[in-house]
Write a protein that binds this ligand. Structure first.
Ligand code: FES
Length: 196
C-alpha cells in the first residue's frame, strides 16, 4: 500500500526552485452493556479507534483501512489503539502488529507534527542528498525514521525516488516539494515550514 499521494506545491526559497451516556444517578440499574469496557473506561486512543471502527465492518478485511485512518489521525499507531483494533476486528494482536510493521506508511513510533522526507534515489544521491540528511540530523537532532525534534515539530525520513529527478536533490515537507536543495537552505526551509 502506498501512502496517500502528495500534491506538489511549489515553494519559493532563495536558490531553490521550489516549490455514552452513563446510566445517570437516578438509582435505576444500568442496563447490561455489550462490551467489556464502558466508554468512560476507555483511553483516548481506544475511543479514537472505536470512532474509526464504527465506519467499517468488524472483520479482518477492514484492518488496513482502519490502520491507515488511525495513522492519519495520530501520525503513528499507538499500542492501545492497536490492541482495541485487534479486539474489535477479531484479529490476533501479533497479526495487527505484523501488518503495521510491514507497511512503511505506518509508524509504530510517535512522530513530529511534520515529517521532512529526503529523497535518496540515485539522482538525488549523486547530487548530494546525503549532505541534506546530515544537515537535517544535525539541525533537528533526530535520526531518519526514529523520534522527533525536541519541540515535537519535525520527524525525519528518507525515501526512494519520488519521480522528480530533474529537480534533484529533492526534500519534501507535507505537500511541499523543495527542489535543488542545498544544506544551506535547510534552516530557511524549516523556519518556513515550522508548525503554528
Ligand atoms: S531520485 Fe530523487 S526524485 Fe528521483
Amino acid at each position: 500500500m502506498s501512502p496517500r499521494r502528495a500534491k506538489k506545491t511549489d515553494v519559493d526559497l532563495d536558490n531553490t526552485e521550489a516549490l455514552e451516556p452513563s446510566a445517570g444517578d437516578t438509582g435505576a440499574k444500568a442496563p447490561p452493556r455489550p462490551n467489556k469496557s464502558r466508554p468512560s473506561d476507555l483511553s483516548d486512543e481506544e475511543r479514537a479507534a472505536d470512532e474509526i471502527l464504527a465506519h467499517y465492518p468488524l472483520a479482518e478485511p477492514s484492518l488496513i483501512m482502519v490502520l491507515q485512518e488511525l495513522n492519519d489521525h495520530y501520525q503513528w499507531l499507538p499500542p492501545k489503539a492497536l490492541l482495541r483494533v485487534s479486539e474489535k476486528l477479531g484479529v490476533p494482536f501479533g497479526k495487527v502488529q505484523g501488518v503495521a510493521t510491514f507497511y512503511k506508511a505506518f509508524s509504530l513510533e510517535p512522530k513530529g507534527k511534520k515529517t521532512v522526507k529526503v529523497c535518496l534515489g540515485t539522482a538525488c544521491h549523486v547530487r548530494g542528498a546525503g549532505m541534506l540528511v546530515d544537515e537535517l540530523k544535525r539541525s533537528l537532532k533526530v535520526e531518519p525514521g526514529h523520534g522527533m525534534s525536541e519541540d515535537g515539530d519535525y520527524s525525519l525520513e528518507t525515501v526512494n525516488c519520488v519521480g522528480a529527478c530533474a529537480m534533484a536533490p529533492v526534500v519534501m515537507v507535507g505537500d511541499n516539494y523543495y527542489a535543488n536543495m542545498a544544506p544551506g537552505n535547510i534552516g530557511k526551509m524549516l523556519k518556513k515550514e515550522k508548525p503554528a
